[in-house]
Write a protein that binds this ligand. Structure first.
Ligand SMILES: NC(=O)c1ccc[n+]([C@@H]2O[C@H](COP(=O)([O-])OP(=O)(O)OC[C@H]3O[C@@H](n4cnc5c(N)ncnc54)[C@H](O)[C@@H]3O)[C@@H](O)[C@H]2O)c1
Length: 338
């Protein structure tokens, strides 16, 4: 059985991917330092998968810790999620982002090389497209960045490209996610950001829960149908399956790939607010404020390459993203208040 090391496996996308990898028959070891996840996620993953969850608490920035994990578990492949991801925070503290997202990543690659594990699925992001005139965005679009966070993802892609040139034994699956949303059907895992959320759906969820008074809509003067920004929201369970397909492709065909993972359709902020309101059963309040620095009008994926290369297509719709998110955040609120 292929043994997979899942870095950041206790986080939002990582936890859902853990469930999908176990269902697909992989042997999985989670490594996480729990800077952005609660340790109780491990128990909840055990409840969903009805098995013992193998995990190690380690920080990728510490080479000795990551080496120890490789020595102990000897993984064949890695799915790498562990990183910081808040665009605004990265603008305020770029060095923190470079240390975690680049230094941590280099340590991981060094450990993989030392232990001859040459299959890696890398979490890239639609932010590496910067501001694009042509939508939906094909993978061939010029890359750029509008924040230190996006810079770390672009550098990550470029590091892997150089390594693949130097040594064809390396196999990389670079997945450029658009906007993950929703939660597992069980309501046991989902996105649970501390403080003010950086992403739209968890922000709307906090308004629905009454933890925030209203949604701040950053600008309603973009050139879109209602003036608010457009993003391509993809259900996190669909996204998790894309990782399984990417890993299978790397292992079975030894073929690297760089693909968008989105639905191919964009929603405005107001579309999202209305859809979430439908799931909750009432209209949710919002206030329009100034545009946010670094935001772009639209990020929508061309999704056909993922279908062609990985046989992957997102199946779940916006209503399901909102329903599952709403189920999860209500559960999380109950758990947090205990
Ligand atoms: N959520 C999004 O909107 C989005 C979009 C595109 C790409 N991504 C990328 O996907 C990945 C996962 O995102 P997420 O939303 O699940 O984030 P998350 O914060 O929920 O998960 C990341 C996990 O990594 C852990 N971690 C962070 N630094 C670590 C370190 N140095 N050592 C060990 N563990 C560490 C955190 O504790 C957390 O559990 C990230 O690389 C992110 O940049 C996310």
């Amino acid at each position: 059985m292929t043994k997979v090391l899942l870095t950041g496996g206790a986080g939002f996308i990582g936890s859902h991917t853990y469930v999908a990898l176990i269902a697909a028959g992989f042997d999985v070891v989670i490594v996480d330092n729990f800077t952005n996840a609660d340790t109780s996620v491990i128990d909840r993953l055990g409840m969903i998968t009805k098995g013992e969850v193998v995990f190690e608490t380690a920080d990728l920035r510490e080479m000795s810790q990551i080496e120890a994990v490789f020595d102990k578990h000897k993984p064949d492949a890695v799915v790498h999620f562990a990183a910081f991801k808040a665009v605004g925070e990265s603008v305020e503290n770029p060095l923190m982002y470079f240390e975690n997202n680049i230094k941590g990543f280099l340590n991981l690659l060094r450990a993989m090389e030392n232990h001859n594990a040459r299959h890696l699925v890398f979490s890239s992001s639609a932010t590496i497209y910067g501001d694009q005139a042509v939508q939906p965005i094909p993978e061939t679009a010029t890359r750029g960045y509008t924040s230190p966070y996006a810079f770390t993802k672009l550098i990550g892609e470029q590091i892997l490209e150089q390594m693949a040139v130097a040594d064809p034994n390396w196999n990389f699956g670079i997945l450029r996610y658009f906007n993950p949303a929703g939660a597992h059907d069980s309501g046991l895992i989902g996105e649970d950001p501390a403080g003010i959320p950086d992403n739209l759906m968890p922000y709307i969820a906090k308004v629905a829960l009454g933890e925030m008074e209203h949604l701040n809509v950053f600008g309603d003067d973009y050139e879109t149908k209602d003036g608010t920004g457009i993003r391509d929201y993809i259900h996190v369970c669909d996204l998790a399956l894309a990782h399984v397909k990417s890993l299978q492709k790397l292992i079975n065909d030894q073929v690297g790939h760089t693909v968008n993972i989105g639905t191919g359709a964009g929603q405005t902020v107001m579309d999202m607010l209305a859809a979430y309101g439908n799931a909750v059963g009432r209209e949710l309040p919002h206030k329009v404020t100034d545009r946010r620095a670094g935001d772009v009008r639209e990020l929508t994926a061309r999704a056909d390459l993922a279908k062609q290369v990985l046989g992957f297509r997102a199946e779940r719709d916006l209503a399901n993203m909102c329903e599952t998110s709403w189920r999860w955040v209500q559960n999380a609120q109950r758990m947090n208040s205990k």
